[in-house]
Design a protein around this ligand. Structure first.
Ligand code: WTA
Length: 633
């Protein structure tokens, strides 16, 4: 299934469009199925209802583990690099990982977890997180990984929405020089939910934690006598594999649901092709397993391919800004996959931290999560890839499950800042505002996909109607991505960014409404409006306009309190970069906030505000501009 040259790509692409069922059927046949599927695809984008490989049954962990244990048990599966470079790391072979996963699957079973139950994983980047993910899949439990930077309130909302009955967590987490109390956050979250019966705690930092009798147990004690023999549960192709919450344009996060068969086929297919993985390569994705990138390209994709996947616990700038490059040299990393925000942040530290390392093992370098700007692209290409490693600028989403548009190294051509061509099986189109397809090249439009691929989102947990409204109703018959894109004269795509109220801060996806809801929890806030603005390192920063209900004596003290409120409600990643206290917000006569105007002011550009005279309160625009820190006076 690995594409090797341009002709190959074109043939595969054509075949995937002309006869998708034959194309994906042949790929699916390369996996272990417990029962063969009867029909490759059944779909309509109206309901919407999308079913891949119906009638087939499988267990994804047999494809990630058992089959590799048979052929190469001693190959390294996971290499783990700890936060502190002076601490011992850890390596698990496929056999060792298999044993860990089966043992932990038995622990889950012992605590009453059965097929279909939801299990919440709230853990930092320790290898036990990958084990917990796979152990859930082994017994057919649905994992819901929550990024360990989210607050107790956000965690509680996600636990409650999915009605998780068990949580796997750690005592604490190391991040750079910080030690974070993970279990304490879980305790607070669980006090707000009544579905949780058990908490399993992996000891990482050895800090003090309180353990509730009957409810809380230690990972290491449970694992002591657990058997390494755990048969893989038989799953229907369309049974749920996992839920992953992501932000949308309304306040409540969406539980994106992926299912077993299609996700398996596509995460493997895309991994193999985009990274051109070869048998002895060491592959490293710097994402956190709390996001979709970690699910598909740290855990499932690489393990399905029998690859060696590296997991890193720490941060790029500690002990110094050379850490990523030190790790690349230490393990002779061949494929390196990171986010533009990390590149920009390291770029700002100068060349000295890079110059200390050879980086000569690298073959392919990648980027994901947000548009990469030209300057960062060139720096990455020159100093990290040394002009010899193709950069794969991969466009995709939590909802797409896998990479959709990306260069294929040494197969398709590269154009800086362009995600370029769709992978075989992916049929992107551009629409104008009225929903008409723009057929020619050298154009810009709204990015939609016109045909299902195996890892497309199947539903939003507990809210199928929202799935329909969000992705399938804006333009009838198409999946709408929420992104705007350009297509150049050669048919290559460049993703411009979101056209809805979703912002992308340091590669973290956030809904402006979500941040507003958090800010509004402060008792003095009457109303707020949050917009994104261009930020040198983060890509987008968060700019909040806030109307308080009283005269504010000390603005700074108030801003600090609002920040603290957001930290508590969502987590530190959602803290606004700029808070401006205002006496009103520009509104239309029907009372709608004119975000377009607020976005312009936040970006420091007031030359094209347009006609503001039709606003309900035109004077407010002057006041906001007057006090905005972004407008040079
Ligand atoms: C953005 C992350 C430009 C896009 C895998 C998308 C990108 C959102 C790129 C999904 C890219 C992701 N170029 N923009 N290469 N990759 N995006 O769900 O706006 O966290 O809709 O998935 O990130 O973010 P999510």
């Amino acid at each position: 299934m690995q594409i090797r040259n341009w002709d190959d790509y074109q043939n595969n692409y054509q075949k995937s469009v002309e006869d998708p069922e034959k194309f994906w059927g042949e790929i699916a046949d390369q996996f272990i199925w417990k029962k063969p599927y009867k029909k490759v695809l059944d779909w309509d984008f109206e309901t919407p209802s999308i079913k891949w490989f119906e009638g087939g049954s499988l267990n994804i962990t047999e494809n990630c583990l058992d089959r590799h244990v048979k052929t190469h048990p001693n190959k390294k599966a996971i290499i783990w690099e700890p936060n502190d470079p002076n601490d011992d790391g850890l390596t698990w072979t496929y056999q060792e990982l298999y044993n860990e996963v089966c043992s932990f699957a038995n622990v889950l079973k012992k605590h009453g977890v059965v097929k279909g139950d939801r299990v919440c994983l709230y853990m930092p980047m320790v290898p036990q997180l990958a084990v917990a993910v796979l152990a859930c899949a082994r017994i057919g439990a649905v994992h819901s990984v929550v990024f360990a930077g989210f607050s107790a309130q956000s965690l509680a909302d996600r636990i409650d929405d999915a009605k998780c009955k068990l949580i796997v967590t750690t005592d604490g987490a190391f991040r750079g020089q910080k030690e974070i109390p993970i279990k304490g956050i879980v305790d607070e979250a669980v006090s707000k939910c009544d579905c949780v019966e058990k908490i399993i705690v992996f000891k990482r930092t050895e800090q003090y934690v309180s353990m509730t009798a009957q409810r809380d147990v230690w990972w290491h004690e449970e694992m002591e006598n657990a058997s390494t023999d755990c048969p893989a549960e038989e799953m229907e192709s369309e049974d749920m594999l996992f839920i992953l919450y992501t932000s949308g344009s309304t306040g409540k996060p969406k539980g994106v649901v992926h299912t077993c068969g299609g996700y398996m086929v596509y995460s493997h297919y895309s991994f193999t092709n985009v990274f051109q993985y070869e048998a002895d390569d060491i592959y490293w994705c710097t994402a956190d397993i709390g996001w979709i990138t970690g699910h598909s390209y740290i855990v499932y994709g690489p393990l399905l391919a029998g690859a060696t996947t590296l997991m890193f616990e720490g941060i790029p700038t500690w002990p110094d800004a050379g850490r990523f490059w030190a790790i690349c040299d230490k393990y002779k990393v061949n494929q390196f996959y990171t986010a533009p925000t990390a590149i920009r942040s390291l770029m700002s530290k100068g060349l000295e931290p890079v110059a200390r390392y050879s980086l000569n093992s690298l073959k392919v370098i990648g980027s994901v999560g947000e548009p990469i700007n030209e300057e960062a692209w060139r720096w990455y290409n020159t100093y990290i890839g040394k002009n010899k490693c193709p950069i794969v600028d991969t466009w995709w989403q939590t909802e797409t499950g896998g990479i959709m548009i990306s260069p294929i190294p040494n197969v398709t051509d590269i154009r800086p800042t362009y995600a370029t061509y769709p992978l075989p099986g992916i049929q992107p189109i551009l629409l104008d505002k009225d929903g008409n397809e723009i057929k020619e090249n050298n154009v810009e439009g709204l990015l939609c996909i016109k045909f299902p691929w195996p890892s497309i989102v199947r539903t939003l947990y507990g809210d199928h109607e929202r799935l329909k409204q969000t992705y399938f109703s804006t333009f009838k018959g198409y999946y709408f991505t929420g992104d705007g894109a350009k297509r150049d004269t050669q048919g290559r795509y460049r993703i411009i960014g979101r056209v809805d109220d979703v912002i992308n801060v340091s590669g973290h996806r956030m809904g402006t409404a979500e941040v507003e809801n958090a800010i509004n929890e402060h008792p003095w806030v009457v109303e707020s409006a949050v917009v994104g603005y261009p930020h040198d390192i983060k890509g987008q920063g968060i700019y909040a306009y806030i109307i308080p209900d009283r005269h504010i004596e000390s603005e700074q003290a108030f801003i600090d309190e609002v920040n603290e409120t957001v930290r508590k409600e969502i987590g530190p990643i959602a803290k606004p970069d700029i808070i401006q206290v205002v006496s009103g917000l520009p509104k239309t006569r029907s009372g709608k906030i004119m975000r377009r105007i607020l976005r312009k002011i936040a970006s420091g550009d007031i030359s094209t505000l347009g006609d503001t005279s039709t606003l309900l309160n035109p004077d407010i625009v002057e006041e906001i501009i007057e006090k905005s820190p972004m407008i040079k006076k």
